[in-house]
Design a protein around this ligand. Structure first.
Ligand code: GDP
Length: 291
C-alpha cells in the first residue's frame, strides 16, 4: 500500500465514500480472513449507517478454516451477513450476487410499492488497503466487464460494471484507513502484509508472529523448519530458523534480520499453512489470547 493516512485524508476519504453511498443499495465490506477484526476500519459501522451490509472474509485460502467458520457464526449471531471468499481463485465469489439481492430486497420492495421502475441492485466495495478489493472487482466484472453508461456515478472517473443480470458494481472501491491505536493490531496487519514493511521494524513483526505461531501453531514451525528441539523463546526461534536456512554473517553469527525476512515471506505466502491471528472474542479467551 502506498497511502499514508493523515486526519485530513481520512476525513476526505470518508466524505467521498458517504457521497457515493447515496446511490448504493448494498455495501460490501472486505476484510482479510486471517485478521477479520484487525483489518476492519474502526469507523465502518458509523460510515455505512443503516445501509444493507455484506461482510466478506477474503483470502480465506490463507486463513485457518476453523477460525473462519467461527467468525461467520459470530457475525451471524450479531445480525451481520458474512461470507468467506478467495477472490484470487474465485472460490465463494459466485455466492455474492445472491446475497446482495437478498440484502437489497426490502429496499427494492419499497421502491416497487412506490411505483418506481425495477432496476439492478447497486453495490460498492469498501475496505482498508490490500484486502483484495481490486482483485474482487476484476473477478466480479469478469472478462466481459461491460461498462454501464448513464447512471449517477458521482464522478466521471467512476463507472458501473454489470455483474450478472441483477447487479451493478461501482468499479472504484472505497478505500478506508486501518486501525492505528492498538499496537497489536499494527503487528498483525504487518505480519499478514496488509501494511508496508517500512512502517514497523521487520524484526519486531517477525518476533510477534513467530511468538504467535509458537503458542498456537507449533507443529507448523516444527515441520517447516525441521526443528528437532524447541527453542525457548521467539528470539531463539528466529535464530534457529536462520541457522536452518544457513543465513550467516561473518564469524558464523546468524543473520537474524534476514531470518525475520525469510520467516515473514514464508508466512505471507501461506507456506506455514493456513492460519488466523484474530479469533472471535469468546474463542480468543479460551485460547488464552489477549482479547
Ligand atoms: P486492494 O488494495 O484491496 O485493492 O487489494 P488487491 O486486490 O490489490 O490485493 C492485494 C494482494 O492480495 C494482491 O497481491 C492480491 O493478489 C492478493 N489477494 C487478493 N485476494 C486474494 C485471495 O483471496 N487470496 C490470496 N491468497 N491472495 C489474494
Amino acid at each position: 500500500m502506498t497511502i499514508q493516512w493523515f486526519p485530513g485524508h481520512m476525513a476526505k476519504a470518508r466524505r467521498q465514500i458517504e457521497e457515493r453511498l447515496k446511490v448504493i443499495d448494498v455495501v460490501v465490506e472486505l476484510v482479510d480472513a486471517r485478521v477479520p477484526a484487525s483489518s476492519r476500519n474502526p469507523m465502518i459501522d458509523e460510515i455505512v449507517g443503516a445501509k444493507p451490509h455484506l461482510l466478506l472474509l477474503n483470502k480465506a485460502d490463507l486463513a485457518d478454516p476453523r477460525a473462519t467458520a467461527a467468525w461467520i457464526d459470530w457475525f451471524a449471531a450479531r445480525g451481520v451477513s458474512a461470507l468467506p471468499i478467495d477472490a484470487q481463485s474465485g472460490k465463494g465469489v459466485e455466492r455474492i450476487a445472491a446475497r446482495c439481492r437478498e440484502l437489497a430486497r426490502p429496499v427494492l420492495e419499497r421502491r416497487a410499492q412506490k411505483g418506481m421502475a425495477v432496476r439492478a441492485v447497486r453495490v460498492m466495495i469498501l475496505g482498508i488497503p490490500n484486502v483484495g478489493k481490486s482483485t474482487l472487482i476484476n473477478r466480479l466484472a469478469g472478462r466481459a466487464a461491460a461498462r454501464v453508461g448513464d447512471r449517477p456515478a458521482v464522478t466521471k472517473a467512476q463507472q458501473w460494471v454489470r455483474v450478472g443480470r441483477e447487479l451493478e458494481l461501482l468499479d472504484t472501491p472505497g478505500i478506508l484507513w486501518p486501525k492505528f491505536d492498538d499496537p497489536e493490531v499494527g503487528l498483525k496487519l504487518a505480519a499478514t502484509g496488509a501494511i508496508k514493511d517500512e512502517i514497523l521494524p521487520l524484526y519486531d513483526v517477525a518476533l510477534f508472529a513467530v511468538g504467535y505461531l509458537m503458542a498456537h501453531y507449533p507443529e507448523r514451525l516444527r515441520e517447516r523448519y525441521k526443528l528437532a528441539d524447541w527453542p525457548i523463546d521467539p528470539g531463539a526461534m528466529l535464530e534457529r530458523i536462520g541457522r536452518a536456512r544457513g543465513l550467516l554473517v561473518s564469524g558464523g553469527v546468524i543473520d537474524v534480520d534476514k531470518a525475520a525476512e525469510v520467516f515473514l515471506r514464508d508466512l505471507r505466502a501461506g507456506r506455514l499453512g493456513p492460519l488466523t491471528f484474530d479469533w472471535p472474542p469468546e474463542e480468543a479467551e479460551e485460547r488464552n489470547d489477549s482479547p
